[in-house]
Design a protein. Structure first.
Length: 131
């Protein structure tokens, strides 16, 4: 059929666009959108990732819409030597059960194919409580 599937990941519709040069000093602008995405047991109505910049300095924006939740993430960083490192500058999560959560302040993030290092994260609930 029309579905794309691999292991425990499937997607009903996948679209993308982009322009630029994928080399050390090249600039890229790209967007990938998945509709009907399922990762394991988690279902996403839509999942959108946008990338702008160079390998050495770029912004990645991610939006995820799930049946009862939505999430928005902004990351700024760089990719070098098979490792991405930078800052998570924005996280907004809205949950039918938990309300609205927001990242209190940017946090550092580093990941490679073998490890993830994330600074302690603090979320604020409507400015009234910390999680």
């Amino acid at each position: 059929g029309d579905e794309i599937a691999y292991d425990r990941i499937s997607v009903s519709r996948l679209t993308g666009s982009g322009s630029g040069m994928l080399k050390q000093k090249g600039t890229v602008v790209a967007e990938v959108k998945a509709e009907g995405l399922v990762v394991g047991e988690q279902k996403f109505n839509t999942f959108v990732a946008e990338l702008q910049g160079e390998l050495q300095k770029h912004i990645l924006r991610v939006q995820a819409q799930m049946p009862k939740h939505s999430a928005f993430f902004d990351l700024e960083g760089r990719y070098a030597e098979k490792t991405w490192q930078g800052n998570v500058t924005k996280v907004d999560i809205q949950s039918e059960n938990e309300g609205k959560l927001k990242l209190n302040e940017p946090v550092t993030l580093k990941f490679s194919g073998v490890a993830v290092d994330l600074q302690e994260v603090c979320f604020v609930d409507q400015g009234t409580a910390e999680i």
